[in-house]
Design a protein around this ligand. Structure first.
Ligand code: TYM
Length: 333
């Protein structure tokens, strides 16, 4: 069976970008009898960006509740916290010893911080921890620990998966064929969903539309999406519009074609946003109820995750043993 695996960093409240780029395709994949799915909360990764322990704790609960509310069936999928699987950081070390520093120098996540420092006239390494620098190696360990074949992600993560392949190939070269070559699976519709200001929707830009808002708040957020100054009656360009892009990520092909016509016909921004609200609300309304219910039942979420951790470790523990043997960490007798 092919394995699908993906994770979300637990630093913030999940947003429409996470949903469209990762969670929705992952839940879809988990329904296939041909696939085995591994989905997790990347809480070790969260420590790289966030030193607020309460925030991390809340975000883990929110993200877990999100997957469950959206209908992840945890009998089919293995659903766990990265930090409940100690074999992952152990594998991370084995891979660190295989990862070329030159390769890590090219990682976007690290380079973006250096570039921002340079622009601000700071020391380029200001605020750069070894955690940030090694981020792609920990991500490679997440993927390779379960020998995933497919990794559904947004476009921003493709480079990390290429790095995982590179590191896996180097390990295989030295120690024999242990790892598959994982592939990124990017959904064209939501490969990079735009946020309120038109840039990539991202926790770090503070421009997100959280997945589970009350109807009133959802409406308010959608109304804040930046548009140009064209008046009602003036034709609008769908391909440069965030309203249209989010519409497309949620609509059927037929609904998308209809909205394209309305843009050409000069639909008022207020009206386009009202329709967008109706569409998103109709798709998320039911899950929202479940989400708020689950957030009141942390013990149930904990149970699900403990069960997931034991299923994950049934795979990771024997595999790490095999890898320890492969690199020469063996008992003497
Ligand atoms: P993170 O937490 O930043 O994002 C989680 C997932 O959501 C996708 N995403 C988006 N997709 C479309 N449009 C957007 N605006 C948007 N914003 C975020 C991301 O591409 C991602 O798929 N390093 C990862 C977490 C991780 C991981 C892994 C993923 C750790 N280990 C192993 C896959 C496999 C991250 O920080 O994602």
């Amino acid at each position: 069976k092919q394995r699908v695996l993906t994770g979300i960093t637990t630093t913030g409240t999940p947003h429409l970008g996470n949903y469209v780029g990762a969670i929705r395709p992952a839940i879809e994949a988990s329904k296939s009898a041909q696939l085995e799915s591994f989905y997790f909360l990347a809480d070790y990764h969260a420590l790289i960006k966030c030193q607020d322990a309460e925030r991390i704790k809340l975000s883990r609960k929110e993200i877990a509740a999100t997957w469950l509310a959206l209908g992840l069936n945890t009998d089919n999928a293995v659903f766990y916290r990265q930090s409940d699987v100690p074999e992952i950081p152990e594998l991370c070390w084995l891979l660190t010893c295989m990862a070329a520093k030159g390769l890590m120098n090219r990682a976007h996540a690290y380079k973006a911080v250096v570039a921002a420092n340079e622009e601000a006239g700071e020391d380029p390494d200001f605020g750069v921890t070894m955690g940030l620098y090694n981020y792609p190696i920990l991500m490679a360990a997440d993927i390779l620990m379960f020998n995933a074949n497919k990794v559904p992600v947004g476009k921003d993560q493709i480079q990390h998966i290429e790095m995982a392949r590179d590191i896996a190939a180097r390990f295989n070269h030295h120690y024999g064929n242990h790892f598959n070559m994982p592939e990124a699976v990017v959904d064209d519709k939501g490969s990079i969903l735009q946020g309120l200001d038109g840039r990539k929707m991202s926790k770090s830009y503070n421009n997100t539309i959280p997945l589970f808002l009350t109807e009133k708040q959802l409406k308010k957020h959608i109304n804040k999406i930046k548009t140009n100054l064209l008046e009602p009656g003036e034709a609008k360009d769908p391909d440069t519009s965030t309203v249209f892009q989010i519409w497309e990520a949620f609509a059927s092909a037929e609904q998308t074609a209809q909205m394209r016509d309305k843009f050409a016909g000069g639909i008022a921004w207020g009206e386009a946003k009202r329709e967008l609200f109706e569409l998103v609300n109709s798709q998320l309304g039911e899950a929202r109820e479940k989400y708020f219910e689950l957030m009141e039942r942390p013990a149930d979420i904990e149970d699900v995750l403990q069960h997931g951790a034991s299923k994950a470790r049934a795979v990771s523990a024997p595999f790490i043993e095999k890898l320890r043997q492969a690199v020469g960490l063996r008992t003497f007798v």
